[in-house]
Design a protein around this ligand. Structure first.
Ligand code: 0A1
Ligand code: ZN
Length: 864
C-alpha cells in the first residue's frame, strides 16, 4: 500500500478484536501547571503487568511529545522508548513499575475541544471518548480503571477556582500570584471520566442529604452574571438524586457534586465523575431567554448526566462498542424521570417524534449500524441516535416484557454484579435474564441487527364465529454489511375497540417472534377497531389495513394517549401522502378530527397541541419512496391553510383565551403556551388578514421566550413587514447573549420560506457567525440541513453551503464537522438530479487533502 492510500484509509477497529489490557494502571497522579498558552502535565502511573506476557507498555498519545520519561524514578534515554502512531512504547522488565512522563500543551490553541482546552476564559477538559490521550500518555481505553489524585496550579487572579473529580483535599498559595489545589477521587474510573476546570466562576451552592444520610455539597459553577439562570438546573439535580434513590435504589457516593457550564462544547454535556461539564445551553435558563423546550432540555440533560454516575461510571463500558450499555440505559432512565416530572403521555409522544426524526432516517441510510456496532473508524461518529435513542427503546422493550418488578430485579442484579467493573451489553442482557427470569436469546438480535423492522398487521373478523384474526408479519430491511436479517422478538401492545360502545376489549402484549404469526381473539361480536403498537411498545414501522374511519375513531376514542396521537398522525399522513402521490384522500376527516380534539374537555392542552400538529415535512418524506420536497411542502402548506381557515374562530378564541397573566413553569402553564402557539400557527396559516399583526403582538408582548420565539418562527415563514421588524428587534435585544443569539440564527435557518437558502448563505457571513463555537454552527447549518424544503432546494445551493461549512470546519473541529455530513448522505432517497448534486458535494469533500478521520469516515460511507 502506498503512503497516500494509507493516509486516505483510516484503520477499522473491530469489536471482535477486543483483548484484555496488557497492563493495568491502578493509580495515577497528575500534576498540572496550568496556563492557556503553555500547560505542563506531569503524570505518574503505577502500572501492573496483566497476565503472563512480555509485551511492552503502550501509552496512547495524540499530538504529545514526551519531554521526560522516567521508570521507577530513573530518566530514560531516547533509545529506551519510541513513539508509534502517537503512542509511547516502553519495554518494561518487571511485574509492576512507576512510569512518569512530562508533556506540554497549548490549551488556547485546541480548537477541537477535545482534551484540555480554553473556553471563554476558562480551562476545561473533555476526554470521552479519546480525549485523555491529548492530555497525557495513557492507555486510553475504558476498561482501565484507576484511582486519580490531581494537583493543579494556576494564576490565582485569572483562575481563582480549581476543580477536578472526586473530593477536594488541600489547597494553598504559591509564588508569583499562583495557587494550587489537590483533588482525590477514591473511585477507580476509566480515563474518559477524568476532568478538571480552572477559571473565574461563581457558584450556586446547595446540598442534598442522601438516603443513608450522607450530606452532599452541590455546586453549579458559571460566570457570575449567569448565576440567576441556574435555579432550574439545581432543582433538576436535586430531583434527579431523589428519583434515582426512589426508583433504582441508587445513592450518590461522593461528598461533592459539581457542574460547570462552558460555552464551547461539542455535545450536550459530560458525566465526568463528581464534576459534570455542560454545554451552557443545558444549564442556563430563565423565562426571558429559554423556551419550555429549553427548560425541559436542562432538566433532562442534568438528569442524564447525574444518572450516569451509576449507569456509566460505577458500571462503565468494557470497550466503545458497548457504548449503548451506558447511553441507551441512561437515556431510558432520563426519559422516565422526565415523564415522572411532567406528563407521561406527552413525553412519550415527544420521544417517539425524536426517534423518528433522528434515528429512523439513520437506520435506513448509509450510516445505519446496530445498537452494538461491529466496527468503526472514528468512535466520535458513533454517538448516534441509534446508540442513544434506539438503545433506550431496547431497554424499554425489556422493561415491558419483564414488568416493573422483574425489571427492577434485573437492574439491581446488574448494578450489584458489575459495580466497579467495565461491562458489556451482553452483561446487561444476562442480568435481565437472571434477575427477571426470562429468556432473551432471540431478543439479543436487537443489539446485532440494524434497520427499522416493518411490521404488517392484517385484521379480519368473522361475524359467524365471533373470532378475530390478527396476522402480524415482520420484515427487516437490508442495511450496510447486513443484507439478510433474521426475525426479531418484537413486543407489540394491541387492543381491540368496539365501534358502538367504544369499549376496549382488553390490552395485550403480543410477542411477534416469527416472520409471520397469527393471533386469535374470541367472542368479538362485531368487527372491532385495532389499536396497535400502543405506547410505541416497539421501535418499528407499522403498516395496517385500517381505514380513515378507523383512524378517526381511534383519534377520538383510543384510551392509550400515544395510540390516539398516532391515529391522528396517520390520518394526516394518509391525506398528505395521497395528495402528493396524485391520489387525493378526503381532507375533511382531518379537519373534523382536529376540531374534535380541540373541543374535547377531557384532554390536556399539551396533548392537544401534539395531536393537532401536522407531521413534519421530513417525516412525510420518510413515508415516500422518493422524497419530493416541493410537493410535500405545498401539500402540507395547503392542508395547514385549510385547517386554519375552517377552524379560524376556534384558533382565534383559543389564542385569546390561553393568554396567561403571569409566567409559570407548571405543566398546565406550559401546556397552555404550547397550545396557544399552535393556535397562532393555524391562525396565521388561515391567511386571516390580521394574522401577522397578531403574531407580532405576541412576539412583542410576550413575557417568555416560548411565545416570543414561536411568534418569530411563524413570522419568519411568511412575507410581511412584521417579519422584518421582529427579526431586527430580536437581534438587537439579544445579540449580547450567545445562547439567545443562537435562536436568532436557528429560527431563520428553520424558516419554511423560499428564500431560506439564500438567507442562510448570508447569515454564514454575518459578523456574529463563527465556526469556533459548535452551538453557533449547529444553530445555523445544523438547523438548515434539517429544513427539508430549504436544504433540498432544487438548485443544489443548500448542499454546496453545507459542504462548504464542512470543509471550512474540518480543520478546526472535525467532530462537529462530521456531524453535518449525514443529511448529504441521504441522496438515494431523492430524485436523480438532487442525488447527483448531493453526491458531487460529497465527492468534493472527499477530494480535500488532509481530511480528518471523522469526516472521512462519514463521507466515504455516505457515498457507498
Ligand atoms: N457521554 C456524554 C456524551 C458526550 C460524548 C462525547 C463528548 O465529547 C465530545 C461529549 C459528551 C453523554 O452521554 O452525555
Ligand atoms: Zn450519556
Amino acid at each position: 500500500m502506498d503512503i497516500h492510500a494509507a493516509a486516505a484509509s483510516p484503520a477499522v477497529i473491530r469489536r471482535s478484536d477486543y483483548r484484555v489490557p496488557d497492563w493495568l494502571v491502578p493509580d495515577v497522579t497528575l500534576d498540572f501547571d496550568l496556563d492557556p498558552a503553555l500547560t505542563t502535565v506531569r503524570a505518574k502511573l503505577a502500572v501492573a503487568r496483566n497476565g503472563g506476557h512480555d509485551r511492552p507498555l503502550r501509552l496512547d498519545g495524540d499530538g504529545l511529545v514526551p519531554l521526560e520519561v522516567k521508570v521507577d524514578g530513573r530518566s530514560l534515554t531516547q533509545a529506551e522508548w519510541h513513539l508509534e502512531a502517537g503512542a509511547l512504547i516502553l519495554p518494561l522488565p518487571g511485574a509492576a513499575h512507576e512510569v512518569e512522563t512530562l508533556v506540554e500543551l497549548a490549551p488556547e490553541r485546541n480548537s477541537k475541544l477535545m482534551g484540555l482546552y480554553a473556553s471563554g476564559g476558562l480551562l476545561c477538559t473533555q476526554c470521552e471518548a479519546e480525549g485523555f490521550r491529548r492530555i497525557t500518555f495513557f492507555p486510553d481505553r475504558p476498561d482501565i480503571l484507576s484511582r486519580y489524585s490531581v494537583r493543579m496550579a494556576a494564576d490565582k487572579a485569572c483562575f481563582p477556582i480549581l476543580l477536578a473529580n472526586g473530593d477536594p483535599v488541600e489547597q494553598g498559595d504559591g509564588e508569583d500570584g499562583r495557587h494550587w489545589a489537590i483533588w482525590n477521587d477514591p473511585y477507580p474510573k476509566p480515563c474518559y471520566l477524568f476532568a478538571l476546570v480552572a477559571g473565574d466562576l461563581s457558584c450556586n451552592r446547595d446540598r442534598f442529604v442522601t438516603m443513608s444520610g450522607r450530606d452532599v455539597q452541590l455546586g453549579i459553577w458559571v460566570k457570575d452574571a449567569d448565576l440567576p439562570r441556574t435555579t432550574h438546573a439545581m432543582e433538576a439535580l436535586k430531583n434527579s438524586m431523589a428519583w434515582d434513590e426512589r426508583v433504582y435504589g441508587r445513592e450518590y457516593d461522593l461528598n461533592v457534586f459539581n457542574i460547570v457550564a462552558v460555552a464551547d462544547f461539542n455535545f450536550g454535556a459530560m458525566e465526568n465523575k463528581g464534576l459534570n461539564i455542560f454545554n451552557s445551553r443545558y444549564i442556563l435558563a430563565d423565562p426571558d431567554t429559554a423556551t419550555d423546550i429549553d427548560y425541559d432540555g436542562v432538566e433532562g440533560v442534568v438528569a442524564h448526566e447525574y444518572f450516569h454516575n451509576w449507569s456509566g461510571n460505577r458500571v462503565t463500558c468494557r470497550d466503545w462498542f458497548q457504548l449503548s450499555l451506558k447511553e441507551g440505559f441512561t437515556v431510558f432512565r432520563d426519559q422516565n424521570f422526565s415523564a415522572d416530572m411532567g406528563s407521561h403521555a406527552v413525553k412519550r409522544i415527544e420521544d417517539v417524534r425524536i426517534l423518528r426524526a433522528g434515528q429512523f432516517p439513520e437506520d435506513s441510510g448509509p450510516l445505519a449500524h446496530p445498537v452494538r456496532p461491529e466496527s468503526y473508524m472514528e468512535i466520535s461518529n458513533f454517538y448516534t441516535a441509534t446508540i442513544y435513542n434506539k438503545g433506550a427503546e431496547l431497554i424499554r422493550m425489556m422493561a415491558l416484557m419483564l414488568g416493573p418488578e422483574r425489571f427492577h430485579a434485573g437492574t439491581d442484579l446488574y448494578f450489584d454484579r458489575h459495580d466497579g467493573q467495565a461491562a458489556t451489553c451482553e452483561d446487561f442482557v444476562r442480568a435481565m435474564e437472571d434477575g427477571g427470569n426470562i429468556d432473551l436469546t432471540q431478543f439479543r438480535l436487537w443489539y446485532e441487527q440494524a434497520g427499522t423492522p416493518r411490521v404488517r398487521a392484517l385484521l379480519s373478523h368473522d361475524a359467524a364465529t365471533g373470532r378475530v384474526n390478527l396476522v402480524l408479519s415482520q420484515i427487516i430491511p437490508p442495511t450496510p454489511g447486513q443484507p439478510e436479517k433474521r426475525p426479531m422478538a418484537i413486543p407489540i401492545r394491541v387492543a381491540l375497540f368496539d365501534r358502538e360502545s367504544r369499549a376496549n376489549h382488553g390490552d395485550e402484549t403480543l410477542m411477534l417472534t416469527r416472520s409471520e404469526q397469527r393471533f386469535t381473539f374470541q367472542n368479538v361480536a362485531t368487527a372491532p377497531v385495532l389499536s396497535i403498537n400502543r405506547g410505541f411498545s416497539a421501535p418499528v414501522i407499522v403498516d395496517t389495513n385500517r381505514s380513515q374511519a378507523d383512524l378517526a375513531f381511534l383519534s377520538a376514542h383510543d384510551d392509550d394517549p400515544f395510540a390516539r396521537y398516532e391515529a391522528m398522525q396517520q390520518l394526516m399522513v394518509n391525506v398528505l401522502v395521497g395528495q402528493i402521490g396524485g391520489q387525493p384522500v378526503d381532507e375533511s376527516a382531518v379537519v373534523d378530527a382536529v376540531r374534535q380534539t380541540l373541543i374535547d374537555p377531557a384532554l390536556d392542552s399539551a396533548f392537544v397541541a401534539e395531536a393537532i400538529r401536522l407531521p413534519s415535512e421530513a417525516y412525510l418524506g420518510d413515508q415516500m419512496p422518493i422524497v419530493d420536497p416541493d410537493a410535500i411542502h405545498d401539500a402540507r402548506d395547503a392542508l395547514q391553510h385549510r385547517i386554519g381557515a375552517e377552524l379560524e374562530p376556534l384558533w382565534r378564541d383559543m389564542h385569546a383565551r390561553l393568554r396567561a397573566n403571569s409566567f409559570s413553569l407548571s405543566p398546565a402553564a406550559k401546556g397552555a403556551r404550547k397550545l396557544r402557539n399552535a393556535a397562532l400557527h393555524y391562525l396565521v396559516a388561515s391567511g386571516a388578514a390580521d394574522g401577522p399583526l397578531t403574531a407580532f403582538e405576541q412576539f412583542d408582548s410576550a413575557d417568555n421566550m416560548t411565545e416570543r420565539q414561536a411568534a418569530l418562527g411563524i413570522l419568519a415563514n411568511g412575507e410581511s413587514p412584521e417579519r422584518i421588524a421582529a427579526v431586527d428587534i430580536f437581534y438587537n435585544r439579544y445579540c449580547a447573549d450567545a445562547l439567545t443569539l443562537d435562536k436568532w440564527f436557528q429560527t431563520q435557518a428553520f424558516a419554511l420560506h423560499p428564500d431560506t437558502v439564500d438567507l442562510v448563505e448570508k447569515l454564514g457571513r454575518h459578523k456574529d457567525f463563527t465556526l469556533n463555537n459548535p452551538n453557533r454552527v449547529r444553530a445555523l447549518y445544523g438547523a438548515f440541513s434539517g429544513n427539508q424544503w430549504a436544504f433540498h432546494h432544487r438548485s443544489g445551493k443548500g448542499y454546496r453551503l453545507v459542504a462548504d461549512c464542512i470543509l471550512a470546519l474540518d480543520p478546526i473541529n472535525p467532530q462537529t464537522a462530521a456531524r453535518l455530513v449525514p443529511p448529504l448522505g441521504r441522496w438515494k432517497r431523492f430524485d436523480a438530479q438532487r442525488a447527483a448534486l448531493m453526491q458531487a458535494q460529497l465527492q468534493r469533500i472527499l477530494s480535500q487533502p488532509g481530511l480528518s478521520k471523522d469526516v472521512m469516515e462519514q463521507v466515504r460511507k455516505s457515498l457507498d
